[in-house]
Design a protein around this ligand. Sequence first.
Ligand code: NAD
Ligand code: FE2
Length: 386
Amino acid sequence: MVSMFNVPSTIIVGGGVSSEAGAQSKKMNAKKVLLVTDSFMVSSGLAGKIADAIKKGNIEVTVFDGVNPDPTDKNVLEGLDVFRKNGCDVIVGLGGGSPMDCAKVISIMTANNEPISQYAGLHKVPNKGAPVIVIPTTAGTGAEATKVAVIGDTERNVKMMMLDVNMLADCALVDYELTMSCPPSLTANVGVDTLVHAVEGYVSVKANSMTDPIALSAIKLVSDNLLTAFNEPGDAKAREGMMLASLQAGIAFANSSVCLVHGMSRPIGALYHVPHGLSNAVLFPAVTEFSISGAPERYATIARTMGYVTDKDSDDAACKALVAGLKKLNVDLQIPRLGDVTKVDLATFDEKVEKMANDGIASGSPGNNPVVPTAEEIVELYHRAW
Ligand SMILES: NC(=O)c1ccc[n+]([C@@H]2O[C@H](COP(=O)([O-])OP(=O)(O)OC[C@H]3O[C@@H](n4cnc5c(N)ncnc54)[C@H](O)[C@@H]3O)[C@@H](O)[C@H]2O)c1
Ligand SMILES: [Fe+2]
């Protein structure tokens, strides 16, 4: 099978490496950096610290902190305007997936025409834009390493998935110390997002020999570290493990693909404004159960990697243990049910569920699933997760 593998040309991993932001900006000949972030990063003081690190190299910094969680096309255009009005030349994205995605899309919009919606889908971005450095603060989306961004289309009320090599950051500074402040609920949501990236990257019909070992490594790291990071937020070793898992899971899924969980999750995010990791988490056990028959050996390998069974157990026993294990993981991480996170009753949900199923299929992700579902089966899966 032929496959393509893209990652940022520079990835620096380790405690404290976010202080490299200045040196890396200088390497890019930056004169004025646009620091793309959100209001929490400013109020917590982290944005100021990173700005100071950049200024040390005699580089000016303009802060754009107008990124909302699950950013929209409006956030991108606002940031682009600040970039142009201030004569910036390099972009630094600081935060969770939302500021990083926003930074990546502001960058491509410096060199491509509006509207943004024409770049939704696969390989549709003609030109590379201004250089980008990304600094993740959650573990996480893996967006620091992916050629993917997810941006809300405010006109059509859908989340657009864009994948193109021109979307890759030039440099990722992966510093687990920045995640130490994540509260348990955020740690749980983004940690399950990491696990879903690794699992979907491994079971996808586009999985390949470059992504398989990286996906399995990420699965093992999540299995070893997520519950500790959730229960003991100050455990640096667990935070470091989750940060590495997030990076590896991002590399894996962006070079194979995500599948049905993400396909069904984006419409929940678009309609009910549920955080991305949480909308994945509520769907994960039911979608896994549905998908196993398409790739039983692969799901069994995941169960063994997570320590739910040993090599002596059959694939069938391993797959059953995996579904039970994922259900228990949700309980241990205090993940609620789909009905709780949408905050509407089932009758109201059902008024929109067919559109959600069709939007999910249109995104293309369900087509990569080991079992490709019909719209009716997707509706049924939403109900199973309710
Ligand atoms: N590009 C990709 O490859 C990719 C992959 C998965 C998800 N995504 C996208 O990423 C977005 C979600 O990103 P996310 O889950 O990282 O959350 P986020 O960036 O939306 O942040 C969520 C909240 O957590 C806060 N936060 C971030 N870091 C913190 C820290 N260290 N301590 C305390 N609070 C902190 C933020 O200020 C914000 O209020 C979604 O839009 C999703 O679609 C992108
Ligand atoms: Fe995700």
